[in-house]
Ligand binder design. Structure first.
Ligand SMILES: [Zn+2]
Length: 264
C-alpha cells in the first residue's frame, strides 16, 4: 500500500518521547504493509522536519513542494521562494499540497486563487503533478485550472476527496483527475462519499491517511498515523466490490502512475 498523503513527519504531533516519535510512526507504517509514503509540504516552518524525515527514509518516502492555501499570507511569494530554495537539492514528486480552502475564512479568496495559479504554473514548468487541497472551494479551484486550458493542465490529484458524486462528476467533466481517499470513507455518516467512490471507480483512486488528522474507524477521534492505511484500503475494497489485494494492487499502480514513483 502507498500512503499518498501523510504528515507523520510533524514532530509536534509525533514527539520523540511518544512511541518512538516520527521514526517510530514510519517504522509502524512499514511494518503494517505500507511500502511508500508521500510527505506533502505545507509551510516554511515545517520544511526542515519534512526533509529530515525524508532523508532518514529516502528509499520509502517522497516529498511534495508548495504552500498550503491556509498558509497563504501577505508575504506568500517570499515564503514560497524560500521553500523552493530549501528544496534546491531535492527531487519532489509533486507540487503540493496547494489549492483553495475557504472553510475557516473566505477573506483571502483572491489571494489563495493567485497563489494556487502560480503553483499550478510551477508544476507545469517542472512537469510535476499537483496535489490539490480543496475545501469549500471547488468553484474557485476549477476556475483557476481553467486558466490553463490553452497551455495544458498538469496531472491532478484531488487529495482528501470528501465531496459526493456530483462534485466528482464536475471535476471529471473537465479533468482526468485522480482522487485521494482517506479515513473519512470509513465514517458511518459518509454514505455520500462512498457513492462518490463507486462513481469514480478504482481506476482513479489512490489511498491516503492525511495523518495525523482524520483517523479511520475504529481509531476515529485519535491521532491518525500511516499504519492505519489498511482500514482505508479495506473499506475502499468493500465499496468497490474488490478483494483487498486487488484494491491494493490497483491503487498502488495508480499512485505510481500519477506521482511517477519508481517501481518497487
Ligand atoms: Zn495534507
Amino acid at each position: 500500500m502507498i500512503d499518498t498523503h501523510t504528515h507523520i513527519y510533524l514532530r509536534e504531533d509525533f514527539p520523540e518521547d511518544d512511541a518512538g516519535g516520527v521514526p517510530g510512526a514510519i517504522d509502524r507504517a512499514l511494518a503494517a504493509g505500507v511500502s511508500h509514503l508521500v510527505f506533502p509540504c505545507v509551510a516554511l516552518d515545517t520544511v526542515e522536519e519534512l526533509l529530515s524525515a525524508h532523508h532518514r527514509y529516502k528509499d520509502v518516502t517522497s516529498v511534495g513542494v508548495g504552500l498550503h492555501p491556509t498558509e497563504v499570507g501577505a508575504d506568500w511569494r517570499a515564503e514560497l521562494r524560500e521553500i523552493l530554495d530549501r528544496y534546491s537539492d531535492e527531487h519532489p514528486v509533486a507540487v503540493g499540497e496547494v489549492g483553495i480552502d475557504l472553510y475557516h475564512d473566505s477573506t483571502w479568496r483572491s489571494r489563495q486563487m493567485e497563489a494556487f495559479g502560480e503553483q499550478v504554473q510551477l508544476a507545469l514548468e517542472r512537469r510535476l503533478p499537483v496535489i490539490i487541497h480543496c475545501r469549500e472551494g471547488l468553484d474557485e479551484t476549477l476556475d483557476v485550472l481553467r486558466q490553463f486550458r490553452r497551455t495544458g493542465t498538469p496531472r491532478l490529484l484531488f487529495h482528501s476527496f470528501t465531496y459526493g458524486p456530483d462534485e466528482a462528476c464536475r471535476i471529471l467533466e473537465e479533468h482526468e483527475a485522480f482522487f485521494g481517499i482517506n479515513g473519512v470513507v470509513t465514517f458511518k455518516n459518509a454514505a455520500t462519499l462512498r457513492d462518490a467512490v463507486r462513481h469514480i471507480g478504482i481506476e482513479r483512486i489512490v489511498l491516503e491517511t492525511d495523518a495525523p488528522w482524520l483517523a479511520p474507524t475504529p481509531y476515529r477521534g485519535r491521532r491518525n498515523e500511516s499504519s492505519y492505511l489498511r482500514e482505508i484500503c479495506s473499506k475502499v475494497a468493500e465499496v468497490t466490490e474488490l478483494d483487498f489485494s486487488e484494491a491494493e494492487r490497483i491503487t498502488d499502480r495508480n499512485a505510481r502512475r500519477i506521482l511517477a514513483l519508481e517501481q518497487e
